[in-house]
Ligand binder design. Sequence first.
Ligand SMILES: [Zn+2]
Length: 218
Amino acid sequence: MCDASADGAQDPVTGATVCMPCVLRSVARIIVTSENATVSSEPLAQLALALQQKDAFALQKLAAATQDTRSRNRRKAQLWRLDEKGALRWKGRLYIPDEQSLRQEIVSQSHDSRLSGHFGATRTLELISRHYYWPEVSKDVSEYVKTCLICQRANALRHLPFGQLSSLPIPSTVFEELTLDFIIGLPAVKHDACVVDAVLVIIDRYSKMALYILAQKT
Ligand SMILES: [Zn+2]
């Protein structure tokens, strides 16, 4: 959503135009931290409203919502609607525009803060979904929780303990045990009227004899 011509800055080294974030992470943190646990805070609602004016997705949904209201399509009109301050909401939840600093900060506050207590993805998503919405919110939450260092260090493992490593049995004769592997990502070439881009490697574990067969990745 960031317009490079409007929001861009010159890189002092290369001279290239760099697209700057519209909202700095530090600013987003202050605004999101001021959030009340039960109601959307005024600064956050104002920031979301200002960003919605430049957000292509919001503008598209706004036009559709206006059309639905005019055509009296009640079911659709209830999904996306404008609140009394003009902010776009989905099922009553404030739509957060495509501004990564703001979205990341909301996820961070819902997961990392003392009140949140590093819940898993489902509970973090539930906390966010009480007030906010954006497409792929579940994907953002899942990625954030998966990469949270504190969760990785502190959370107990919930699977069976790993078994001990053991070496493969030693074959007693040739062609008793074979290993198969594919080499992929090769440039495609034509071979006997076929296009090939991978190689199947078969190795006899006893004699180490190798067989290379041209193959297709798909
Ligand atoms: Zn965590």
